[in-house]
Write a protein that binds this ligand. Structure first.
Ligand SMILES: N[C@@H](CCC(=O)N[C@@H](CS)C(=O)NCC(=O)O)C(=O)O
Length: 208
């Protein structure tokens, strides 16, 4: 393993998920930040990123792009850390739920944009209700503070969603809500939030 450098973008939820999985790994890493609101920085990003996007992870000479691939790579680097459940059936479910978060929830993503400022209140847009109901169903099945009992990639991926909803005053009820609150209180998530705020101070107050 070489030295790990994660390249992230300001206000990038994809980056935050990768950063949180790195925090979970217990490995030492550094972060390089692109200001996604700065045209010159974005132009440079387009030149140096394999996809024109953040995040990517450099491990010495190896470059891994896409937050899910980064999470999978860290899972392989740290076999003793149980990033996914040991049970094969549960592992398949965990991977399905991570993939669902990775490629889904498009209405929530576009109509409830991520921001780092003080929470707002209001009714969620009607277009997001189906996806919120899906989260309600998924999160109701969490075993406790962490989805499968031990902190893993699934919790890292859904923590950002838990925060996004809370930013709009959306606290899911019942067991799902208990899981949402547990993710928000998770110290590794709190640390990730502090890092993201330091990297993105100018726009941290308003929804974008
Ligand atoms: N599927 C990719 C998505 C990456 C992505 O969309 N990154 C956005 C930031 S949230 C980005 O780099 N945007 C910069 C741009 O579009 O210029 C992943 O999981 O890493």
């Amino acid at each position: 393993m070489g030295s790990l450098v994660l390249t992230v973008g300001t206000g990038s939820t994809w980056s935050m998920r990768a950063s949180l999985v790195l925090a979970l790994s217990g490995l030492a890493w550094q972060e390089q930040v692109f200001d996604l609101e700065d045209a010159k920085a974005v132009a440079r990003l387009k030149r140096v990123s394999p996809t024109g996007l953040v995040p990517w992870l450099d491990d010495g000479e190896l470059r891994i792009h896409d937050s899910l691939a980064i999470a999978e790579y860290l899972h392989e680097l740290c076999p003793g850390r149980h990033f996914y459940p040991e049970n094969r059936t549960e592992r398949a479910l965990a991977r399905s739920l991570c993939a669902e978060l990775h490629s889904g929830f498009g209405q929530i993503r576009s109509l409830l944009p991520f921001f780092l400022g003080a929470p707002t209140q209001g009714e969620p847009p009607v277009e997001t209700l189906t996806e919120l109901a899906r989260l309600q169903t998924l999160w109701s099945q969490a075993r406790g503070d962490f989805y499968f009992g031990e902190a893993g990639i699934i919790d890292a991926f859904y923590a950002v969603m838990a925060y996004r909803l809370a930013s709009y005053g959306i606290a899911l009820p019942g067991q799902a809500g208990a899981y949402q609150q547990a993710l928000l209180a998770w110290p590794l998530w709190q640390e990730t939030l502090v890092r993201a705020r330091l990297q993105w101070p100018a726009k941290s107050r308003q929804p974008v």
